[in-house]
Design a protein around this ligand. Structure first.
Ligand SMILES: [Zn+2]
Length: 345
């Protein structure tokens, strides 16, 4: 597992670092321009908008009305992949939708279009605040039977450092926000005379930054959600889209969970997915949601989350303010003196 994913890791971290370093040296406006990119053939810009002040406001509903049933024992722990019965060659493409308190991060419509055109199933791990910022995109994902919507905490909290009620809120606020939008979608469908959607509580969560040990995982499991990581890092890397798609296709195996993003992490994910889907088909793979993999096989767990090698994500514990959800620590005036100045507009 390590050997299969390690080659893709370093370029990913390098890419993230370069964006962060570039933004650090610029004004907010320049940074916004620097992190704006084209999402693909549709030409929809994906813009990371930096807020003048962090948005810490809670959702309109704090606790989901439909509370989670208890999580079955077999789904406890930090799930990295799923062991499937022999001959079942499905895997899960997963896309995170991340948004810290200081951002509004956008939506890669061309990527979703690529998945739909390729008739691919996928799981989206969406931040609760992201769903509130992008209600139409969220409802579009919810309404598509190919897609599964899952929890990525409210504002991209680092659950390895966040504790207590704050941590519980990060999970439940997100599930409640999803519930509100599902109710809105159901109401719209009823107005249009279409079949209403029943409640569908969120059952899966991905830890932001992959950070969280046994204690954090237990806390999430106690709220009724399974914790899902990945065994293949699908984004980052250098070289052509074709070369990177081939690297992913070579790294996966049946039951793999592939990490990708549907907004913030550059770049050209839509083109990457367009190149990847036929390669997977050629190798006999079919796509499934994470929930479908879990129904079919046995989860494989690890003790702590990581990208490719245990411990490779601990750097994130110190990188962002407010327990992972705020500005980058050195991306503001006063950082070196420990000041709490607001991020530059
Ligand atoms: Zn994320």
């Amino acid at each position: 597992m390590r050997a299969k994913t390690a080659p893709l890791l370093s370029p990913l971290l390098f890419l993230l670092l370069m964006v962060a370093v570039a933004c650090q040296a610029m004004t907010g406006a320049d940074c916004q321009a620097a992190t704006t990119r084209r999402s693909g053939p549709a030409g929809t810009p994906v813009t990371i908008r930096h807020l003048a002040a962090p948005d810490r406001s809670p959702p309109a509903r704090l606790v989901p009305a439909n509370l989670q049933p208890a999580l079955p024992d077999r789904l406890h722990g930090l799930i990295r992949r799923v062991a499937l019965p022999l001959g079942d060659k499905r895997l899960a493409l997963t896309f995170d939708l991340c948004e810290r308190t200081v951002h509004v991060t956008g939506y890669d419509a061309a990527l979703v279009q690529a998945l739909r055109q390729g008739n691919a199933r996928a799981t989206f791990f969406a931040g609760g605040k992201w769903m509130r910022s992008h209600p139409e995109a969220t409802m579009s994902l919810m309404a598509d039977p190919r897609f599964e919507l899952a929890n990525h905490t409210w504002s991209h909290a680092n659950l390895a450092v966040m504790q207590g009620q704050q941590r519980v809120d990060q999970v439940l606020w997100t599930s409640a926000q999803a519930e509100l939008l599902r109710e809105e979608l159901t109401a719209r469908r009823a107005r249009d005379g279409r079949t209403p959607l029943g409640p569908q509580p969120m059952t899966l969560l991905r830890l932001p930054y992959g950070r969280g040990g046994a204690e954090a995982v237990d806390a999430v499991n106690a709220l009724g959600l399974a914790v899902i990581q990945w065994d293949v890092v699908g984004e980052g890397g250098s070289g052509s889209v074709a070369a990177r798609a081939k690297a992913i296709a070579q790294a996966v195996r049946p039951g793999s969970i592939v990490l990708l993003h549907a907004n913030q992490v550059p770049k050209d994910t839509a083109a990457l997915v367009r190149a990847l889907l036929p390669l997977l088909r050629q190798r006999g793979y079919a796509t499934a949601t994470v929930g479908e993999l879990l129904q079919a096989g046995a989860p494989e767990t690890v003790d702590d989350g990581y990208f490719s090698v245990p411990g490779d994500n601990r750097v994130y514990d110190e990188l962002f303010e407010d327990q992972g959800t705020g500005a980058r620590v050195n991306n503001r005036a006063g950082a070196k003196t420990g000041g709490r100045a607001a991020e530059r507009p």
